[in-house]
Design a protein around this ligand. Structure first.
Ligand code: ADP
Ligand code: ADP
Ligand code: ZN
Length: 216
């Protein structure tokens, strides 16, 4: 199964992808996490990409498309994958169609997490993520079961992202409206876009997604 989770920054894509990964045996492919891992290395490329990300702008399509194209052929993707944070532009959506077609693969679902923007600022300003596995938590809405210990991997180091600061968040919303929202009609026209109420609590959102995936 190949699934895209769409939605603005903070809509819950990462949180839900981690859950679907567990319950459906799929792999989460988060372009944000992949880029953050790449920018850990102290190279010229890493510094350039990090500067773009910290400002809330998009990394060039060619870099992202190549990264995904290499990733989906790895053996752990054979049972299927969840695209979290990709595609983010119409050219990326077109490139995805082409790379899937080339390999005889087909996109099964595109799920939009629908949320209102006021809530997102609150979600992003309270977000912290596990430094080891990337799981997302929130100061108020989603704390780890044991303070300071990741539920998923037992990691004890957490990160607050530079681009979750209010200035960068504003830029990211603007980028979403201008560059990412135009991919919604692209999928709507193909009849595979489904919308889920992303304002519901985390379990309720998971339940809705499971219904769409046909297992609840
Ligand atoms: P969010 O929590 O906003 O969904 P991500 O972790 O998915 O954030 O992405 C963080 C940043 O990484 C983006 O603001 C952008 O700079 C870069 N990025 C991630 N995915 C893509 C993509 N598909 N195309 C271009 N840039 C991307
Ligand atoms: P995205 O990957 O779309 O940027 P995340 O999954 O990282 O979003 O979620 C953003 C923040 O909101 C995190 O702090 C997360 O714990 C919290 N969150 C996710 N889903 C919900 C929800 N349905 N209700 C309240 N908070 C949520
Ligand atoms: Zn973890």
């Amino acid at each position: 199964m190949i699934l895209i989770l769409l939605g603005p920054p903070g809509s819950g894509k990462g949180t839900q992808a981690k859950r679907i990964e567990q319950t459906h045996g799929l792999v989460q492919l988060s372009t944000g996490d992949m880029l953050r891992a790449a920018t850990d290395s102290n190279t010229e490329f890493g510094r350039r990409v990090k500067a773009i990300m910290d400002s809330g702008q998009l990394v060039p399509d060619e870099i992202i498309v190549e990264m995904i194209d290499r990733r989906i052929v790895q053996t752990d993707c054979r049972k299927g994958f969840i695209l979290d944070g990709f595609p983010r532009t119409v050219p990326q959506a077109e490139a995805l169609d082409a790379m899937l077609a080339r390999r005889g693969l087909k996109l099964d679902h595109v799920i939009l997490l629908d949320v209102d923007e006021a809530a997102l600022i609150d979600r992003l300003s309270g977000r912290f993520t596990c430094g080891q596995c990337g799981a997302s938590y929130h100061d108020r809405y989603n704390r780890p079961k044991r303070d300071g210990v990741c539920d998923g991997c037992g990691g004890t180091e957490f990160i607050r992202r530079a681009d979750d600061r209010p200035e960068a968040v504003k830029a990211r919303f603007e980028v979403y409206r201008r560059q990412t929202a135009p991919i919604l009609p692209y999928y709507r026209e193909r009849g595979i876009l489904r919308t889920v109420d992303g304002m519901a609590d985390i379990d309720a959102v998971t339940h809705e997604i499971d219904r769409i995936l046909g297992s609840a």
